[in-house]
Design a protein around this ligand. Structure first.
Ligand SMILES: NC(=O)c1ccc[n+]([C@@H]2O[C@H](COP(=O)([O-])OP(=O)(O)OC[C@H]3O[C@@H](n4cnc5c(N)ncnc54)[C@H](OP(=O)(O)O)[C@@H]3O)[C@@H](O)[C@H]2O)c1
Length: 331
């Protein structure tokens, strides 16, 4: 009998990687979840060979209970930035007298709680892999309390741990590292070409800070598979390379043969490209990385890939740079 993995966010970056990995595994069936089973991305999943594509919504716990039925494993991801980019959430935030990021953090916490509530009702569930991030408020000892998109995921996981001890024994947290493709997709991280033809990257993260860099669209699946194979109750910081942004930029220069510099932005409120209400959050985020680690390095439950007991073989960052279409960046 095949085992069933239910993948939240199957049409997205993290979940899409999980789908790709498990499509290549014998003995597994995949149920991909989406809000709209008739969308082009849902059709794409069916065309790829995903066995079931089912509608469910993270805001609707009953839809998750239904969608999780029969699962051996559930992979869960919640999407802070998707919520933030939805104008209706800004209307709701304004009506509630809250900043947009504060409001959507509350929604994301509830969505994560919904996943735990539904998973706790799933007979036969063996593993929940919950895509989380570290609790910046907690691991900075209160110094950085505004990194909402980190804390929201951590708070949902803490709810799961406290509320469902039996489910927690089958759960692992997958802390996905800093996406390499942020430099291609993030409006705040794309480089600008200066008058001398030099591409200016403006990372706000200090040059000396090593980050867990990950090719999310390729690596989330292999790490999820490893967490299914490993004993549960892991808190894995997942990455392809542990590098500074300057080291990453060196690789880009070498592989692409472009002139590029890292004009590091001072942390603070001088980020013109960033909406004002996000500046404090992103500034604290960078300081948190520097002083306490992306992963909240003092968290005693943390596990690095080499300590997982399951070998995860990934290509290099240079391979990733080589593979990308940089035409929208290097013009
Ligand atoms: N950028 C980084 O460096 C970084 C690093 C670590 C973690 N993260 C986190 O990664 C998360 C985003 O993950 P991603 O990159 O995989 O996002 P993505 O590519 O934008 O995909 C989002 C997925 O979530 C699904 N989804 C959204 N709202 C839903 C809802 N209400 N119910 C059910 N499904 C829903 C979407 O499915 P449908 O549209 O088909 O419904 C889609 O498949 C964010 O929370 C971010 O904080 C980012």
């Amino acid at each position: 009998m095949s085992k069933l993995i239910v993948v939240i966010g199957a049409t997205g970056t993290q979940g899409g990687s999980v789908v790709d990995t498990f499509l290549g595994e014998t003995g597994w069936k995949i149920r991909g979840l989406t809000r709209n089973a008739n969308s082009a991305s849902a059709q794409n999943l069916k065309d790829k060979g995903v066995h079931e594509v089912v509608a469910a919504n993270l805001d609707d716990v009953d839809s998750l209970v239904e969608a999780f039925k029969g699962a051996h494993t559930v992979f869960s991801v919640t999407d802070f930035w998707g919520l933030y980019s939805n104008p209706s959430n800004h209307e709701k935030a304004a009506a509630a007298g809250k900043a947009g990021n504060v409001y959507v953090a509350g929604v994301e916490i509830q969505q994560g709680k919904n996943v735990f509530d539904a998973a706790a009702k799933t007979d036969g569930l063996e593993r929940l892999i919950f895509s989380g991030l570290s609790n910046a408020t907690k691991w900075s000892k209160g110094k950085y309390p505004h990194v909402y998109h980190f804390d929201s995921k951590a708070l949902a996981a803490e709810y799961g741990q406290k509320t469902y001890p039996d489910l927690w024994k089958k759960t692992s947290i997958l802390q996905v590292g800093f996406y390499l493709n942020n430099v291609l997709t993030s409006p705040w991280m794309k480089p600008q070409k200066d008058e001398n033809g030099v591409y200016v990257f403006s990372f706000s993260i200090p040059a000396t800070v090593k980050l867990p860099l990950i090719a999310t669209e390729e690596d989330t699946g292999p790490f999820t598979k490893a967490l299914v194979e490993a004993a549960p109750e892991k808190n894995l910081i997942a990455y392809r390379a542990w590098q500074t942004m300057d080291e990453f930029l060196d690789i880009i220069r070498q592989v692409k043969g472009v002139k590029a510099v890292n004009k590091q932005l001072p942390s603070g409120t001088e980020w013109e490209a960033v909406p004002e209400e996000l500046r404090e959050e992103l500034s604290e985020n960078a300081s948190y990385f520097e002083e306490f680690g992306y992963e909240g390095r003092d968290d005693p439950s943390l596990v690095h890939p080499k300590d997982l007991g399951v070998d995860v073989q990934l290509p290099s960052v240079a391979d990733w740079v080589q593979k990308q279409d940089w035409s929208s960046v290097f013009t």
